[in-house]
Design a binder for this molecule. Structure first.
Ligand SMILES: Nc1ncnc2c1ncn2[C@@H]1O[C@H](COP(=O)(O)OP(=O)(O)O)[C@@H](O)[C@H]1O
Ligand SMILES: [Mg+2]
Length: 335
């Protein structure tokens, strides 16, 4: 009997031991949970800090609206007259008293400075500003013809990846803070990264098109990109206002069915018309002299650009230079 009692007592003792071990272990476990919670808290905080620094480091595109109006002069195709038009529109806006900057986004192929006659004064360029190698005011070149006009040249580097949406946003923000009213962005050809950099922040697009099928087709693609990839599209703001600028127009060739008419192009592109710029030998002369064509008050092309600028500013101006100029003999015989 006593044997049994002893056994029971022993078992009790063992159970007690076991219980206290379990208790100790539970306590230990509780400490671990507490530590773990603290540790987790620490990790979380660290992660948050890292995330914050990360967003500070590469905060991405600028998502706040600008006060200035950003106008991109774009097209799918090269050689249609974007640079000529950027120079003319920027000069025209400045002539109207608006503080205007024109940026050459054509990295590696800069020629806006040539067209505007300031190539010898280029020291710093857009990429230098984006990479913080120069301040904006060091890179901006004051136009020698017109007050209120500044040029930000492109770099001749071949590195097309040197531009980032964030960097471009910073440059535009800098211009906005400096009180510019209009920023005209001269786009490179194509629909790749460079063209996207130029159009991303646009409020308005001047879709530069020649009256030929391939140019119209490429313009159609760029309109698609403006409607899907611009900041306004991405953030679901009011869409970019796209308008058609038909350049190098030759009415005589339209009559002969060698060129698409204004109506043909408008029908194909279905965006409102900003202007029609006639083909003119004055354009090449002006660019060789480094004077924007809009400064030539005698030239039809210059006058047509003046009209386009008026329309950009919201004024209604009748279309000119879209019909064939009658030569001396045809005028004589028509009577
Ligand atoms: N209205 C025009 N009449 C005659 N030549 C023009 C006209 N517009 C542009 N050009 C010429 O066409 C060529 C390409 O123009 P440019 O403005 O450099 O085009 P992009 O910037 O689209 O490549 C240049 O030689 C320019 O002088
Ligand atoms: Mg160009």
């Amino acid at each position: 009997m006593s044997e049994i009692k002893n056994e029971v007592e022993k078992t009790n003792e063992e159970v007690k031991d076991l219980a206290s071990t379990v208790k100790d272990e539970t306590a230990a476990a509780e400490v671990t949970t507490e530590d773990k919670a603290a540790e987790e808290e620490e990790v979380k905080a660290a992660e948050q800090t890292a995330e914050k620094t990360d967003t500070e480091k590469k905060s991405g595109p600028d998502l706040e609206p600008f006060n200035c109006r950003i106008i991109v002069v774009t097209s799918g195709k090269g050689g249609v007259g974007k640079t000529t038009s950027s120079a003319a529109i920027a000069t025209g806006l400045a002539l109207k008293g608006h503080k205007t900057a024109v940026i050459d986004f054509d990295v590696g192929l800069r020629n806006l400075d040539l067209v505007m006659g300031c190539e010898r004064r280029v020291v710093y360029d857009l990429i230098n500003v984006v990479h913080k190698e120069a301040r904006l005011n060091q890179a901006l070149i004051k136009d020698r013809h017109v007050d209120n006009l500044y040029i930000l040249p492109a770099s001749q580097t071949k590195d097309k990846d040197a531009l980032t949406l964030e960097g471009v946003g910073e440059v535009l923000r800098g211009l906005d803070n400096a009180g510019f009213e209009y920023v005209v962005c001269d786009s490179p050809a194509g629909i790749e990264a460079g063209a996207l950099m130029a159009l991303y922040y646009a409020d308005e697009a001047v879709v530069t098109t020649n009256p030929e099928v391939s140019s119209v087709r490429d313009s159609d693609r760029i309109i698609g990109i403006l409607n899907s990839k611009s900041r306004r599209a991405v953030l679901d703001w009011e869409p970019v206002t796209s308008r058609l600028l038909l350049t190098r127009y030759v009415p005589g060739r339209v009559t002969k069915n060698e060129m698409l008419s204004v109506e043909d192009v408008q029908e194909l592109l279905t965006i409102p018309l900003l202007g029609v710029i006639p083909e003119s030998p004055d354009v090449l002369k002006a660019s060789n002299a480094g004077n924007s064509i809009i400064l030539n008050k005698e030239s039809d092309a210059g006058k047509a650009y003046e009209d386009a600028v008026e329309r950009l500013l919201g004024n209604e101006v009748e279309l000119r230079f879209t019909t064939e100029k009658k030569g001396f003999f045809s005028k004589l015989f028509k009577r």
